[in-house]
Design a protein. Structure first.
Lengths: 813, 527
């Protein structure tokens, strides 16, 4: 009996240790969505109007900084006087907007003072005479008395902000505001005439917004206030004052985009009055445990891997799993073009190169180890049109499904849309559509998307540098009959022709060249004789720049040509404006890792005629299944002709390889590379957002299934790199299964023996399967990572010792 | 007493396990955002990516130095990067100053390169050499055709095609433009003055004639690299052409510029380092002078070392140093100071591979003194051990902070780079020194850069500390390892001790109840 108790105690202790060492394991699995319906009201002189508003949020748990939530609602009052930018003060002028804020506190404890807004205007109201100080007429205040203004300004009220550290900011002047004001915060969403609306909202943790302070220990909520109008009591104040506080909308529901100034009582400004605040729907949020991070003072020199940006998100999660382990090395991924990274590796400047295709190694012997499966996507941000062609208001909201085929991509990349009136003067393409929006081919595939031509829809923001990604994208186009016929000069069914500068352009290509020389015909363009279409394409050197541009809806198009007053240069070229909310349309080439991390929508691409495939684990697996290895330790190639025949494979699927020399590399470097490959292809393939895990946007490489050949190839390359045998490579067939992960497991994996008082079973399986490694380690805490197995063994020893002790004590007594 | 110890230990064991997990970071960071220079963006972007693994989030928008300085003054960024200091009043009479208290510190060095596209038939010229005067004449529309006799003369009599020269200049307010025009204004005053009507530098290039304007370094490179770019030449930081592949699969070439030593040289990290040994950094001024640490490059322009690249310069970060700065917090200052610690130290080691040149020790030291002002503004900012002694910087010589190791290692230019010799046939833009020295490093940083090279060799420069290990003897018994304030509670080095303590305590936790029960039983003598 006593023995049993002791065993139980030991087990409890172990369980506790295990639990504490682990991060919350609740991965986003669809169960963390939120939906609630609330009856929201406005009472004007005793008469109450009400609406049943339903708010849904797609996910709410384990959030990370800058993660985007998709919020949708129905049953609300339709918005009028819609603003182009619903963020910040400009969104306030709308009538009946949906105010969405991130606030510190649980649904029980949130208050306007803990809701963050990006400037003073969103939490302050001031009037000249007090007649329109409608918050004073709100009967819902406690004791029916409006609070006094902390700023002591007559006829003004400002909601102070209380920071996480308790500091109160009065927001009376711009000297007294919270320090975080660089990022837009609250959002004043648009509700259609039908009462529905949708918006994506970026959450901030204490890292991005320290004053708001949301973290795994500080509870925060999303607060949604459907603006109904502030309630109003006729007995408070005179007729004029009552007229102000009881007013309804000035503009018809659905109107917007102009110099509108809505009726104060129903604008966004007064979300904080007692009657409106009462209408809030509060969505509790939880935040992920922050990952342990590398020590800045760690003196180990970093082991540099150079190359592909596709791996960026994985590297970010992987590197702490190396630096936090003294037995490993400091992994560092230096992002640059695949070819540049490869060259550095050849010159012994980089331990390994991260590339996605075979590169010219010259006389060197280079082996490739599949390290991650991910790919590219055509990212987009598109708002549904607010109006149809006849000017009638539409549902609005964002487009979350987009289909593209190879010919549409070819049209965008060959700069065959004219963009605007300047571009339409380009000889040979005068009658082409202004942008993809006007193209019947696009319209047929995407009936939801806006159809009015605009320069932002005439281009795909892409890479200027040589890149394996561009090569694969153009290889996809190269295998499409219609797309190539178009590039080679054939008209598409609607009569559109290729820009003559790209006629017959050879694909695939590592670098998409800027070939057009047309210069605009206006005074400004004559003064700035830069090629118009190159400035419209304006490719950039980093994929991350494209991601950022999509997040901000800031196209990189450089064709704004304007006259300047009082300047040395009279006519000047520049970037076009950031796009207004509700009117966004932008396409860009992104990595699937970035797309997942920042919630960027990615288009489905056509494979067989009429079949459109989105990047999912299934479609990436299907693509991997089509890949063929060129030879032992060489890359796999994805034949886009096979993809075209498959209805299930995603054409943008790409493998990122670690490429390293198998000859004349110093032993320690070779060991680092080999162990990187082994770790990356085992524990690095366990999905999750913790340290060492594989982020979303990547398909795990495992020992079985479609990725099995990749796994095997990786181990072979790891062995070859570790061995550094400079002999002429014998063409030996792949010998799988003999993977001895020597450098892989620094922490001795002591498998737990049976938990009993008997002698600890010494039969430790020596051949640990690499794939199972991940599951034995804590997702985030490197502490647990080392401690768990050790403690487990020690706890058992302890249990054993207690028995011994008992025997000893018993024998003495 | 001894009997109670196990119980106490058990409690402690539980607490230890808790504390290990709950205090993930002793130092907290808040995200910081910067704007400004695109000249230095390529390396700053990589530093941002690197410090991410340390939990530091940095956003940066390369919208040009001028805009960066403006944003800083308006409190709309947390830091700016600019090639030049605030000018007081800019060329269009607009205010270019900051009432927001600030300090400058150099963050990286580099060469302003001249990249071009010039084809003979279908082959790109890759070994063009030009004197400063010729370059100035090209950018002031005095020389307008590639077949100009002056170009021919400087290239050993080689005739280039009859093709109009199209200079590509920056259309936005740019530090690259400022550096380039400062050099022209100093070295070719009359040419520059008669073209621009001004005697000093400008951030806004006065575009005339055939010139094309482009906003940002990326777009300048695009214009030159475009298929339509034959005949173009533009000024840009060396990293851009280096990382840009031409149609033939090779990087874009850069002009070898004639220095006062009589050699045509390329802005490799070595040649930039050599040139900048003659930069006069205003360390003579008091630290609170707004121009403290700014650069006077006149000595660089005229340095007669055969290896010196004349248009070399530093890029600067502008940081907010007021304790009451309204957008700064402890966590932001911590992020900024630690970002700079990384950039000034380890971050320098990849300067070469990215097309920049590392800072010498004296500037890193001066930079740290500026970073300390963030600590002075807010004593809660932890700067413990984040100094020059914990640095890995390839250009360090601990014994002599003013010595630039890289500059000493810089190989002499090849004989064919001499002005009087026929031009070398080797390509430019490859980040490889053009030299006859057999022992010279074939690629930048091979023997010096610990961050880039995976396996630093023990040598003259300790890869981890940049030879400052030697200097640590001079720091009056301040051992490098004496970490007083932990940066992170679960720093790797602490794992083992905690694990051992934990394990011991856990043993106690398990055995204690048994022992105690046995003890009770023994005392009572019954079960």
């Amino acid at each position: 009996m006593r023995t049993l108790i002791r065993i139980l105690l030991a087990c409890v202790a172990l369980a506790a240790t295990a639990l504490l060492g682990m991060a919350p394991a609740a991965d986003a699995s669809g169960t963390d969505a939120f939906t609630a319906t609330k009856t929201v009201t406005r009472t004007v002189d005793g008469a109450t109007t009400s609406k049943d508003v339903t708010v849904s949020v797609d996910h709410t748990l384990n959030l990370r900084g800058r993660e985007r939530l998709q919020i949708s609602w129905s049953g609300a009052v339709g918005t009028s006087a819609q603003a182009t930018n619903p963020y910040g003060a400009t969104g306030l002028t709308q009538e009946y907007p949906m105010v969405i804020m991130e606030c510190r506190g649980t649904p029980d404890t949130v208050k306007p003072e803990t809701c963050y807004t990006s400037s003073i205007a969103q939490r302050s109201a001031g009037t000249f005479d007090g007649d329109s100080a409608i918050w004073r007429r709100d009967p819902a205040w406690a004791g029916a008395t409006a609070p006094t203004d902390p700023c002591k300004t007559p006829n003004n009220y400002t909601v102070p902000f209380i920071a996480a550290n308790g500091k109160k900011f009065d927001y009376c002047t711009d000297q007294d505001v919270a320090p975080e004001s660089l990022l837009p915060a609250e959002l004043l969403g648009y509700t259609s005439k039908e009462g529905t609306g949708a918006a994506s909202f970026e959450v901030r943790t204490d890292v991005e917004n320290e004053s708001l302070g949301c973290s795994h220990t500080t509870a925060c909520s999303l607060v949604v206030v459907p603006i109904m109008g502030t309630s109003c009591d006729a007995r408070k104040g005179d007729d004029l004052q009552f007229a102000y506080c009881s007013a309804n909308r000035t503009y018809a529901a659905g109107t917007g985009y102009g110099e509108f100034e809505g009726t104060p009582a129903v604008k966004g400004n007064y979300w904080w009055t007692a009657s409106q605040w009462k209408n809030r729907i509060t969505v509790p949020l939880t935040f992920a445990l922050p990952a342990n991070t590398c020590d800045l003072l760690d003196k180990r020199p970093p082991v540099g891997f150079y190359g592909s940006e596709l791996l960026a998100q994985a590297s970010l999660q992987w590197s702490p799993a190396y630096c936090l382990d003294q037995k490993r090395f400091k992994y560092q991924h230096n992002q640059m073009g695949d070819a540049s990274g490869f060259d550095l590796m050849l010159h012994d400047q980089a331990a390994g190169a991260l590339v996605s295709s075979q590169h010219d190694a010259g006389a060197d012997q280079v082996a490739y180890a599949p390290t991650a499966v991910t790919g590219f996507g055509i990212g987009y941000v598109i708002d549904r049109p607010a109006y149809d062609e006849n000017g009638n208001p539409q549902v609005g909201g964002e487009v979350h499904s987009l289909k593209l085929d190879a010919r549409l991509l070819a049209k965008l990349l060959t700069q065959s849309y004219t963009g605007n009136a300047v571009g339409a003067q380009h000889p040979g393409i005068e009658s082409n559509p202004v942008s993809i929006n006007e193209d019947p081919e696009f319209q047929k595939l995407n009936p939801d998307a806006p159809r009015v031509g605009r320069i932002e829809g005439a281009t795909l923001l892409s890479l200027s540098e040589a890149s394996d990604t561009v090569e694969q994208l153009t290889d996809y186009i190269a295998h499409d009959k219609d797309a190539m016929a178009f590039i080679n000069g054939a008209k598409d069914p609607s009569g559109m022709v290729v820009n003559p500068s790209y006629k017959g352009y050879k694909l695939p290509t590592q670098t998409w060249e800027l070939k057009d020389s047309f210069v605009g015909n206006t005074d400004c363009w004559k003064a700035n004789p830069s090629p118009f279409f190159s400035l419209m394409a304006a490719p950039v050197s980093r994929m991350y720049t494209i991601t950022q541009a999509l997040i901000d809806a800031q196209p990189n198009i450089q064709t704004r040509c304007e006259e300047q007053v009082n300047a040395a240069t009279k006519w000047k070229l520049g970037k076009i404006d950031r796009q207004g909310y509700g009117n966004r349309f932008m396409l860009g080439l992104v990595s699937l890792g970035d797309a997942e991390r920042y919630g960027i929508d990615v288009a489905k691409l056509e494979t067989t005629d009429g079949t459109f495939v989105a990047p999912t684990h299934d479609s990436e697996s299907a693509a991997v299944a089509l890949m063929k290895q060129k030879g032992a330790r060489q890359p796999f190639t994805l034949d886009q002709a096979a993809v075209k025949k498959s209805a299930t494979a995603y054409p943008g699927t790409m493998v990122v390889y670690t490429a390293a020399k198998t000859c004349d590399v110093k032993a320690d470097v070779a060991d680092h590379v080999a162990s990187f490959v082994r770790i990356a292809t085992t524990e690095g393939q366990v999905p999750g957002s913790g340290n060492g895990r594989l982020p979303d946007g990547f398909l795990p490489i495992v020992k079985t299934g479609a990725t099995a050949p990749l796994f095997k190839a990786a181990q072979q390359t790891a062995d070859a790199v570790a061995a550094q045998k400079c002999a002429v490579p014998a063409v030996t067939p792949a010998t799988g299964g003999t993977t001895t992960p020597a450098a892989m497991a620094p922490a001795a994996v002591t498998p737990p023996a049976a938990s009993g008082p008997d002698k600890a079973a010494a039969t430790t399986p020596t051949a640990t399967t690499p794939v199972s490694m991940g599951t034995t380690k804590a997702p985030t805490a490197a502490v647990g990572f080392v401690l768990l197995p050790v403690l487990f063994a020690l706890a058992l020893a302890g249990a054993l010792a207690s028995v011994v002790a008992r025997v000893l004590v018993a024998s003495r007594s | 007493m001894t009997r109670r110890t196990p119980l106490l230990a058990a409690v402690l064991a539980i607490l230890t396990v808790f504390s290990l997990n709950s205090s993930a970071q002793a130092v907290t960071y808040s995200a910081i955002a910067g704007t400004g220079s695109s000249w230095s963006y390529n390396i700053v972007r990589q530093w941002m990516s690197d410090v991410n693994s340390n939990g530091i989030t940095v956003d940066y928008t390369p919208n040009g130095s001028t805009q960066g300085r403006k944003d800083f003054a308006n409190y709309t960024n947390d830091f700016a990067i600019s090639e030049i200091p605030y000018q007081g009043v800019d060329e269009s009479g607009q205010v270019d100053k900051s009432d927001r208290p600030y300090a400058y510190l150099p963050i990286v060095a580099g060469g302003t390169a001249f990249t071009y596209q010039l084809k003979i038939g279908n082959t790109m010229v890759r070994n063009l050499r030009l004197s400063g005067e010729t370059l100035t004449k090209i950018f002031t529309n005095q020389i307008t055709n590639w077949n100009d006799p002056q170009i021919k003369k400087e290239n050993g009599g080689r005739t280039f095609p009859d093709l109009a020269i199209t200079p590509v200049v920056r259309a936005d307010g740019s530090g690259t433009t400022a550096q380039f025009t400062a050099w022209m204004a100093d070295q070719y005053q009359s040419l520059w003055k008669s073209y621009s009507g001004r005697t000093g530098l400008t951030s806004f290039y006065p575009k005339k004639g055939r010139m094309l304007g482009a906003a940002g370094s990326d777009q300048v490179m695009n214009q030159i690299a475009a298929s339509t770019g034959n005949g173009t030449i533009g000024y840009i930081e060396y990293s851009y052409p280096l990382n840009k592949t031409a149609a033939d699969g090779k990087p874009f070439p850069v002009v070898k510029v004639l220095n006062k030593g009589g050699y045509y040289v390329e802005p490799t990290e070595y040649n930039v380092a050599v040139a900048l040994t003659k930069a006069r950094i205003r360390t003579d001024l008091p630290q609170n002078d707004p121009l403290y640490l700014t650069q006077d490059l006149r000595g660089v322009y005229t340095f007669n070392d055969p290896r010196a690249y004349p248009i070399s310069s530093y890029s600067y970060m502008i940081i907010p140093i007021s304790g009451t700065d309204r957008t700064m917090t402890t966590a932001k200052r911590q992020a900024l100071s630690d970002f700079l610690f990384y950039g000034l130290c380890s971050g320098q080691s990849k300067a070469g591979p990215y097309g920049y040149s590392p800072l010498p020790l004296n500037l890193v030291q001066a930079g740290f003194d500026q970073v300390k002002r963030l600590g002075k503004a807010d004593p809660k900012v932890d700067l413990t051990n984040k100094d020059v002694k914990s640095c890995g910087n390839p250009t360090f010589d601990g014994k002599n902070p003013n010595k630039n190791v890289l500059a000493e290692k810089a190989p002499m230019p090849a004989a064919c780079d001499k002005a009087s010799a026929a031009p070398c046939g080797t390509d430019t833009g490859t980040n490889t020194p053009s030299t006859d020295d057999k022992n010279a490093p074939t690629t930048p940083g091979t023997t010096t850069a610990p961050g880039a090279g995976p396996a630093p060799v023990a040598g003259a420069v300790d890869p981890e500390t940049g030879a400052v290990i030697a200097a640590s003897t001079a720091t009056a018994g301040q051992p490098v390892s004496a970490v007083a304030t932990p940066l992170s509670s679960d720093r790797p080095g602490q794992l083992l001790p905690f694990a051992v303590v934990d394990a011991g305590l856990l043993v106690a936790l398990v055995t204690a109840p048994g022992m105690y029960a046995a003890f009770l039983r023994r005392r009572k003598g019954v079960l």
